[in-house]
Design a binder for this molecule. Structure first.
Ligand SMILES: Nc1nc2c(ncn2[C@@H]2O[C@H](COP(=O)(O)OP(=O)(O)O)[C@@H](O)[C@H]2O)c(=O)[nH]1
Ligand SMILES: [Mg+2]
Length: 410
């Protein structure tokens, strides 16, 4: 019997695509997200590539139950809070007509393929039109409608390309329906389960595909869009006059949307003032401490406090990330170790790794994420945070579990 010897395989970092019309505030939000008060680990300070950045979502660190501090390979641990990296992708150039090649067209849509989830940065101030031009009045709810329409059109173009020919083939052999549709959308992260679920939801599984109406085809692309590209709305520029009224209208019309109100600019400004040691600001907080009372910029921070923090409770930016990861994606933070007593890897490093995995992930599936063959040789696992309880392959892991996988010798 042998337990796994290392956890060095680089875990797949969650990728969040940040979309929205020009001037909605994508780059500002990305900058705010990716500014941290400590320069950390393996990642450079702000953006990795021109339009990519790393932000950190926090989780309780089990090291607080030990007498020793941990040594994270990525991120950091502060006051018992582990900072887990997630990647952000700023996707510019989305305008009405993008699915037909307008703006940056399909080039931008293609960038989205890699994203696990989308954040739609929506300018709820109502002062920029759909192309980002300043206007006296604009209804932000329109942006949700046309943007969803563009994503659907893009998916529909892929799905129904060459449909006449495919429809004929499928008519001859209907058992291939799910497989064929899945193949078409495999580049967008589809699975047969997702396709089948969408077809069942619309009652299309048993209908001859050649007889699907245009309405039914549109419904299918809409359902697939929501499945393949789950989206959370960041109602941005909430600091501006009139923004709350626009936001309320949106919530009334779309009560099921996931919306978080934010001010990316206020967050970026506070983080910059913190970096300059003018104030001490903790992201997510509704207040800050003034350090340099002489600085003229204190008045900028005070205005943000009065107009935003006191009214809305925070800038919303930290909450946006936390909600996206834990409530919306329902991810759990899992810590793999080798030695359950000391919670270390084979080199004696305390809690070096943490993985964000989907709720429902079993011990064996988790083993597969560490080493491709570890799942095959899986015998059982041990939960260091639960009195070394022994668990079997199908045991579903819980948030903050500390797990040792025990596997057969190769
Ligand atoms: N008042 C206010 N302005 C913002 C906010 N976020 C971004 N902006 C401004 O909106 C403009 C466009 O922002 P930018 O991040 O470049 O938008 P992008 O084109 O979506 O990347 C800039 O002038 C920003 O300062 C916000 O939360 N409040
Ligand atoms: Mg930009």
């Amino acid at each position: 019997m042998q337990s796994y010897r290392n956890t060095s395989k680089k875990e797949k970092v969650m990728l969040i695509g940040v979309i929205g019309k020009p001037s909605s505030g994508k780059s500002t939000l990305l900058n705010a997200f990716c500014m941290t008060d400590v320069k950390m680990g393996a990642y450079p300070f702000t953006t990795i590539k021109a339009n990519r950045g790393v932000a950190y979502v926090t989780a309780e660190c089990p090291c607080s139950t030990l007498n020793e501090s941990c040594s994270p390979k990525t991120g950091k641990c502060e006051n018992g809070n582990r900072y887990i990296p997630v990647e952000l992708l700023d996707v510019p150039g989305l305008v009405p007509g993008a699915s037909e090649g307008k703006g940056m067209g399909n080039q931008f849509l293609d960038e989205l393929r890699q994203a696990d989830i989308l954040i739609h940065v929506l300018d709820v101030s109502g002062t920029t039109d759909e192309e980002g031009n300043e206007v006296p009045f604009y209804e932000p709810i329109n942006d949700i409608k046309w943007l969803n329409g563009e994503l659907s059109a893009w998916i529909g173009n892929i799905l129904f390309k060459g449909w006449d020919r495919i429809g004929k083939k499928l008519e001859a052999d209907r058992t291939k329906l799910v497989e064929v549709l899945n193949e078409k959308l495999s580049g967008l992260g589809s699975t047969q389960v997702k396709i089948k679920r969408a077809l069942m939801q619309l009652g299309l599984l048993d209908v001859n595909p050649r007889e699907w109406s245009n309405d039914e085809k549109n419904q299918l692309t809409d359902v697939l869009r929501d499945n393949l590209f789950p989206t959370i709305i960041a109602a941005n520029k909430i600091d501006k006059t009139g923004a709350t009224e626009h936001l309320n209208k949106i919530i009334e019309e779309y009560p099921d949307l996931k919306i978080i109100k934010i001010s990316g600019l206020a967050e970026l400004t506070l983080r910059k003032l913190d970096e300059k040691k003018i104030i001490k600001y903790t992201p997510g907080s509704n207040e800050f401490e003034v350090i340099d009372h002489e600085s003229k910029q204190v008045s900028v921070a005070s205005a943000i406090k009065e107009k935003l923090l006191d009214v809305h409770g925070s800038t919303g930016v930290k909450q946006l990330l936390v909600t996206t990861i834990y409530d919306f994606l329902e991810l759990y933070a899992i810590y793999p170790v080798e030695d359950t007593t000391h919670m270390t890897d084979k080199d004696g490093r305390v809690l070096p790794d943490v993985f964000l995995v989907a709720k429902g992930t079993t011990a064996k599936q988790f083993a597969g994420k560490i080493h491709s063959d570890l799942a095959d040789r899986f015998i059982h696992a041990i939960l260091a945070n639960k009195n070394n309880k022994r668990i079997s392959a199908n045991h579903e892991l819980e948030h903050l579990d500390v797990i040792k996988i025990v596997s057969a010798v190769k």
